[in-house]
Design a protein around this ligand. Structure first.
Ligand code: DQQ
Length: 666
């Protein structure tokens, strides 16, 4: 599909600056790199003439599932429903296809004619992904005997969801990984349909226990326990499923396939010899369609007691998958708290649920009243499932862990594909993990969390390019000259010209990223920001941008959005405009950090108050990805007060063997 955008490249000025290189600790002025850029004017129609949006095209597929009995089950269902049916619900969990339209079910034909070079380029350089095949949720992340462990939902047979095992990798620093043999496979009756999501609990003596969901068959989910076969093995290579499994069956009040994904356990504040853990579920009685988090008490992880009531429930939100529940320090005294930290002065609790209905991770901050088995959101209107999200893009089934090594809380999220299942099968893999992000309370707003790439990501920065001080005229684009921008870390701060802001009394009211024209729209005070993974003529580009509007009461509102709609000529990828308002306090400049790593773009606005993740699949920009500044506002000049871009090293992950353990240990 050719992009309908027509614009003329009209260089109006050329400027040179110096910049630093190599050691990223050097100041910008200390290096010898030469920068030149052209300011390119475009007309209002330039962006606006772009092609229409390609909305989500839900794919309905039946893919490669190895167990014969399950195949039989799918066949039966398929004969009842002549239309394609999705694989997930049949097997007791939601849709797992990537969302693009060229599905395997349709014979694997059609769709964009991807070349091997393009598909090969889509693999990332510094994000975690298994060497091959399908991955989904992060499981049981933990720091154990000097190693960070990441387990994940993994199909070792194919690049589509099914036959779920626990993949496993370990790392010294959360960015360089040692791929280890799978930790658990479906080899028991109680997890024959899949070893599903679970969490790790570190015991006071340093021991470790995993509680996970066994999918016994397509209609029953049970909870199971596994422990390290050799607790002295820092790599945790072997796991022993407990002979008492399953340790927990669905209570009579819930449907047996709506009972999954146990959290990390925390010490019961009223009984230090007991642990509590939460499990997500759904209450479909009447027309409630409520998401629910139930809490169980246990002393030995083998026998459990359901506490009366529920930790929390929200009508209309449907099945809560992958619930997470953890304390945050609200006075900013500590960046992370152990999961067992008690509620009280300076400590609130975050409840997160992954909504099966819309595949987004929602959270709220509130008060945990342990003695009443109750959690109450600070703001009822911003409750779980209706308010804040961890990320406004493609990001699901996330899980945090307390890193006792660096005393921080770290978040992993599953970033699925937005291309077709057929393309996933061709490239031989599907899904990435987000960059690991620290999670903390935003002491400035007092209302939200902040998410930020772990500091170890900065060690991957190599050559730095500094474009600070560039002013972008209304309706213009500025190419940023650097050799390649497929793996970069960008940090920018923008200033909107204050005269234009004051004059913009008529700035649009009710702007919404999702329903807007994205980067192609034009308003008095936006959109402006960066175009990444762009080709030189901008026929493909992904925009991370701000848009300042007014609220009904006349105050300014800032939106942070990501526009994927022009990210690829391929029409069988899901492309959307995503994002939401982001708080900007008096005196703050607008700031964004963007991690670009081939087919993933992760952006963090205002120090991480808002995060957006996109998957994009360029057909022109691949291998020669460029970055541009743009300002499509009609009246405001925008100055990039600071703008630095680092090339990023690859993490060159290793497969498990003794030499690799040595290399990764150093
Ligand atoms: N993925 C797992 C389930 C969980 C879902 C199955 C969330 O345990 O509810 O792969 O993506």
């Amino acid at each position: 599909m050719a992009d309908a955008t027509s614009y003329a490249l009209l260089p109006t000025s050329v400027r040179t600056t110096t910049e630093s290189s190599g050691d990223s600790s050097l100041p910008a002025s200390g290096g010898f790199f030469f920068l030149s850029f052209a300011v390119v004017l475009i007309t209002a129609v330039a962006f606006a003439l772009g092609g229409g949006f390609v909305k989500d095209a839900a794919s309905h597929v039946v893919g490669a599932i190895s167990e014969t009995d399950l195949d039989g089950e799918l066949q039966n269902l398929h004969s009842l429903h002549p239309d394609p049916v999705s694989r997930g619900p049949v097997l007791g969990v939601s849709e797992k296809a990537s969302g693009g339209s060229a599905s395997l079910l349709l014979g694997g034909h059609g769709g964009y004619p991807w070349t091997n070079d393009m598909l090969h380029w889509q693999r990332t350089g510094f994000h975690f992904q298994p060497p091959r095949n399908w991955m989904n949720d992060p499981n049981g992340p933990v720091f154990y005997k000097g190693w960070y462990h990441l387990f994940y939902q993994y199909n070792r047979d194919a690049a589509v969801w099914g036959n779920i095992t626990w993949g496993h990798a370990a790392s010294r620093d959360l960015v360089h990984w040692l791929h280890l043999p799978v930790a658990m496979v479906p080899d028991q009756w109680y997890d024959a349909n899949g070893v599903w999501t679970g969490s790790a609990t570190v015991l006071p003596d340093g021991g470790l226990v995993m509680v996970y969901t066994g999918s016994a068959n397509s209609t029953v989910q049970v909870q199971c326990v596994a422990v390290p076969a050799d607790p002295n093995d820092a790599l945790l290579l072997h796991w022993r499923k407990h002979p008492s499994n399953p340790v927990l069956l669905p209570p009579p009040s819930v449907l047996p396939h709506d009972f999954r994904d146990p959290t990390t356990a925390w010490v019961d504040p009223s009984d230090p010899s007991a642990y509590l853990l939460a499990i997500g579920s759904k209450n479909d009685t009447g027309d409630r369609h409520a998401g629910v988090a139930y809490v169980y008490s246990t002393r030995d992880f083998l026998s459990y007691r359901l506490l009366p009531g529920a930790l929390h429930t929200v009508n209309g939100t449907g099945m809560w998958e992958c619930v997470d529940f953890f304390p945050v320090s609200v006075d900013g005294a500590r960046i992370g708290l152990d999961t067992s930290e008690r509620a009280g002065d300076g400590v609130k609790h975050v409840l997160k649920a992954s909504l099966d209905d819309d595949r987004h991770d929602y959270y709220a901050i509130g008060t945990y009243v342990a003695e009443e088995n109750r959690w109450v959101p600070d703001d009822g209107e911003m409750d779980v499932g209706v308010g804040l999200r961890y990320d406004w893009g493609k990001f699901y089934a996330a899980k945090t862990f307390y890193d006792q090594n660096k005393k921080r809380r770290v978040l992993w999220g599953w970033v699925g594909e937005a291309d077709s299942e057929r393309a996933d099968v061709s490239k031989g893999w599907a899904s990435l993990m987000s960059i690991p992000r620290t999670v903390g309370f935003d002491t400035k707003t007092g209302r939200n969390l902040v998410f930020w790439p772990v500091e170890e990501v900065e060690f991957l920065r190599t050559t730095r390019y500094d474009f600070s001080g560039v002013t972008v005229e209304p309706g213009s684009i500025v190419p940023l000259s650097m050799p390649t921008a497929a793996q970069v870390d960008i940090e920018a701060q923008f200033e909107l010209d204050s005269a234009a802001v004051d004059a913009a009394v008529d700035a649009e009211i009710g702007y919404n990223c999702r329903t807007s024209d994205g980067a192609a729209g034009r308003g008095l005070l936006g959109p402006f920001g960066l175009l990444v993974l762009a080709d030189s003529v901008l026929s493909e580009r992904t925009a991370a941008y701000f848009y300042v509007s007014r609220s009904a009461d006349g105050t300014l509102r800032t939106h942070f959005c990501q526009d994927e709609t022009r990210s690829s000529h391929a029409s069988d990828t899901v492309k959307r405009v995503v994002g939401y308002t982001v708080p900007v306090l008096d005196g703050e400049t607008l700031s964004v950090r963007i991690l670009v790593d081939h087919s993933i773009v992760e952006s963090f606005a205002q120090g991480g108050r808002s995060a957006i993740t996109s998957r994009v699949y360029p057909t022109q920009a691949f291998n020669r990805a460029k970055v541009f500044l743009f300002n499509n506002a009609t009246s405001a000049h925008v100055k990039a007060k600071s703008l630095r871009i680092w090339e990023m090293d690859s993490t060159f992950n290793h497969y498990y063997r003794q030499e690799a353990v040595q290399i990764c240990s150093n």
